[in-house]
Design a binder for this molecule. Structure first.
Ligand code: PEP
Length: 249
């Protein structure tokens, strides 16, 4: 990972109530010790993003959204734009999470449009890619990830505006993880792809691993070459677990 500063981002998914501010407070309290070595981010549900962003001002935790619409505003009931997330104090937004690709049938083209929306609003796009179990078992992982990168990443990536998260679908929320060798292979492939497409910027874009990261496996998974941090689901809901993961750097 060289001089790239790692990012450990927590995806709370559809979890969290007002009372979760206490757990978020513990994350903020622990973040100062980890910074400037490691950047920390929490992506809470939109209902909490505004208040979390407000209390996080001056802390070392940034707030991100979990999804955005491609358009800045309009007749799209239930959707939230990247501009709204930025207005709420978010600095980033996850796009193309496998749960969005599955639950909401989001295509690579949809994800690309959302990443472009993120950039339009001044947010970092955290673009998720990853193979399904059957794809890995049939040896198609790099083809699938390559296709997702080609289709989901807009032109114009910079070190600041793009983060790529490699999240094997079969590893999300299952307790299963790829071997370190398999993680290394995919991250090296993503790095090569980013450099080929974006040149020097591609060499500095952070590539996160996601899928059942917890404190006990964080060291093994997150210190692999070209793994520049983690996208953490379940374990990000508990401050001690989330901070325990970030402490490996
Ligand atoms: C995720 O959904 O981004 C994720 C990595 O989930 P978990 O850590 O719970 O596997």
């Amino acid at each position: 990972s060289g001089q790239i500063r790692p990012l450990v981002a927590g995806n709370w998914k559809m979890n969290g109530m007002k009372a979760s501010a206490a757990e978020f407070g513990k994350i903020m309290a622990g973040a100062g010790d980890l910074w400037p070595k490691t950047d920390l981010m929490i992506c809470p549900p939109a209902t909490l993003a505004v208040t979390f962003a407000a209390v996080a001002v001056g802390s070392k935790v940034e707030i991100g959204g979990q999804d955005c619409h491609a358009k800045p505003s309009g007749a799209h009931t239930g959707d939230i734009s990247a501009e709204m997330l930025a207005d709420a104090g978010c600095k980033a937004v996850i796009v193309g999470h496998s749960e969005r690709r599955a639950d909401h049938k989001e295509s690579n083209a949809d994800v690309k449009a959302k990443a472009e929306a993120a950039w339009r609003a001044g947010l970092t796009a955290i673009v998720c890619v990853g193979e399904q179990r059957a794809e890995r078992e049939s040896g198609k992982t790099l083809d699938v990830v390559g296709g997702q990168l080609a289709g989901s990443l807009p032109d114009g990536a910079t070190v600041a505006n793009l983060v790529v998260a490699y999240e094997p679908v079969w590893a999300i929320g299952t307790g299963l993880t790829p071997t370190p060798a398999d993680v290394a292979e995919v991250h090296a492939f993503i790095r090569k792809t980013l450099v080929g497409r974006f040149g020097a910027a591609g060499a500095g874009v952070r590539i996160l691993y996601g899928g059942s990261v917890k404190p006990s496996n964080a060291k093994e998974l997150l210190t692999i070459t070209d793994v520049n941090g983690a996208l953490v689901g379940g374990a990000s809901l508990k401050a001690t677990d989330f901070l325990g993961i970030a402490e490996v750097y």
